[in-house]
Ligand binder design. Structure first.
Ligand code: FES
Length: 165
């Protein structure tokens, strides 16, 4: 085994670790850091369930070596807690709109949706469809997911308006 010292910022917290250079990012997140919300895809990159944000970009963490993310800022689904302990509007909208079946796809959908809303705060339904194109749900359709992202966009916009006053 070849090991290397790497440093990540995960959900705002600095972490220094020595890891096997062959370790996938998804396995580092789940096994080294214990953040098991990020799901493994059945086959590498096949469903987007492993999506996390690396320096604000959505990436399939089962297609990236953990050492490639050295010094990066990584966000996972566990990072959705607000500073006041409340739940972020995006997962709240998913709870409201998406009666989950197995839920395997949800963490990856949330991370892709977050990346979309950060780059495009007022998306159209078509924008949402395109933004989540890499995330596959094998249990349900996608209309409820799009409804959830549109609702979250409205709530996040309203919160920005209040904060701007
Ligand atoms: Fe099962 Fe989406 S709810 S894969």
């Amino acid at each position: 085994m070849v090991a290397r010292h790497v440093r990540f910022k995960i959900n705002g917290r600095e972490r220094d670790v020595v890891i096997d250079t062959r370790l996938l990012l998804v396995d580092a997140i789940r096994e080294t850091f214990g953040l098991t919300g990020t799901q493994r895809c059945g086959l590498a990159g096949c469903s987007g369930a492993c999506t996390v944000l690396v320096n604000d970009w959505p990436v399939f963490s089962c297609l990236m070596l953990a050492v490639s993310a050295d010094r990066a800022s990584i966000r996972t689904v566990e990072g959705f807690r607000c500073d006041d302990g409340d739940l972020h509007p995006l997962p709240r909208a998913f709870i409201e709109h998406c009666p989950s079946q197995c839920g395997h796809c949800t963490p990856g959908m949330l991370m892709s949706a977050m990346a979309l809303l950060e780059s495009n705060p007022r998306p159209t339904r078509e924008d949402v469809r395109r933004g989540l194109a890499g995330n596959i749900c094998r249990c349900t359709g996608y209309s409820n997911v799009i409804d959830a992202v549109m609702t979250a966009a409205q709530h996040m916009h309203a919160a920005r308006e209040v904060n701007a006053r």
